[in-house]
Design a protein around this ligand. Structure first.
Ligand code: AHM
Ligand code: MG
Length: 333
């Protein structure tokens, strides 16, 4: 039998897409290639975690007051370096940096927002972590890029995605016409198309939430959780509760298996914990492109106008039918 040579690599796929737009300058493709390169470097280092001296805390806290892990610094530096080397973006917002970062490419058209290592508190216990990225066009090339360029609604994203460093490493992204997943083949060092045109099941039976804070969730959310946990054979309840504590991993499972992921407001965190620009917006773009719903309870996440780079928002996202039920019980906070 002849060997299967039908291999589509991330680069090959990006080239294919680019050929559909003869006037494309290759800028977006260049950015996606930078993501792929930095992801492979981070993946290599994560695979050595435990062997090399890269576990544990860096000894500082970041702009959010959270303990910075050594891998946070490693991933942040490599993603920033890859974007700078790629010369396709004029500015970067990172979870790790209070201010946006100017690159040397003042004339470039694109901006990047990223959480270079999401769920990093899970590394020391060998649980999946991720990278989240979001790409925008700058508002105008007529004036110097400024913070305002980053405060666009998520609906304006040109592309977004995540890398999950799990039992295998995958890069999943959308450029606004569906979602595709690429799995890293470590033997050839390439991301290969493994999950074309990903769609989230319309129904699901998994609820993903940190139940530790449930007592102070809004009443409508408590009602929805009660609904999920109530016994009813005809709707296959009670549902399962699964919470990894790495948003990328929880969303990846939700995308593949169906379900609802949520990080509501609570007494201690009136806006929830997750950040709009580099966590909620990109993953909501993916979710919607895969046929799911992403909301803060009042409106689509993608319709929220950010007021600051590190804004937070409560978030509820997942399978259409489960989300319809949630939004029927919860009308905002
Ligand atoms: P991080 O970006 O500092 O890693 O924090 C974000 C993570 C998400 O991946 C996850 O959904 C959430 O924090 C878990 O928080 P909690 O432990 O409060 O449930
Ligand atoms: Mg994060």
């Amino acid at each position: 039998m002849l060997p299967n040579t039908d291999l589509v690599t991330l680069n090959g796929y990006i080239n294919q897409q680019e050929r559909k737009f003869p006037k494309a300058m290759g800028n977006l493709s260049g950015l996606l290639r930078s993501v792929g390169l930095a992801a492979r470097i981070v993946n290599r280092e994560l695979n050595k975690a435990g062997l090399a001296d890269i576990l544990g805390d860096w000894g500082t806290t970041n702009v959010q007051g959270e303990t910075v892990k050594k891998m946070d610094i490693f991933a942040n530096s490599h993603f920033i370096a890859a974007f700078k080397r790629g010369r396709r973006c004029c500015g970067i917002v990172s979870e790790e940096d209070e201010e946006w970062i100017m690159t040397d490419e003042e004339g470039a058209q694109y901006l990047v927002c990223m959480d270079s290592l999401d769920g990093s508190s899970n590394i020391d216990v060998n649980v999946g972590v991720g990278t989240i990225f979001s790409i925008y066009r700058r508002l105008s090339a007529d004036h110097p890029v400024s913070k305002l360029d980053f405060l666009q609604k998520g609906a304006e994203q040109v592309a977004a995605g995540y890398v999950i460093y799990g039992t295998s490493t995958m890069l999943v992204y959308t450029a606004g016409s569906g979602v595709n997943g690429f799995t890293l083949d470590p033997s050839i060092g390439e991301f290969c198309l493994s999950h074309p045109d990903m769609k989230i099941p319309e129904n699901g039976s998994i609820l993903s939430v940190n139940m530790g804070y449930a007592k102070t969730f809004p009443q409508g959310i408590k009602d929805y959780i009660d609904y999920c946990l109530a016994e009813d054979k005809s709707t296959k309840r009670p549902y399962s509760v699964r919470y990894i504590g790495s948003m990328v991993a929880d969303i990846h499972r939700t995308l593949l298996k169906g379900g609802v992921f949520m990080y509501p407001s609570s007494a201690d965190a009136p806006n929830g914990k997750l950040r709009l620009l580099y966590e909620c917006n990109p993953l909501s773009f993916i979710m919607e492109q895969a046929g799911g719903i992403a909301s803060n309870g009042k409106q689509r996440i993608l319709e929220i106008t950010p007021t600051d780079l590190h804004d937070r928002t409560p978030i509820y996202m997942g399978s259409k039918n489960m989300m319809d039920k949630l939004l029927a019980l919860y009308k905002g906070w």
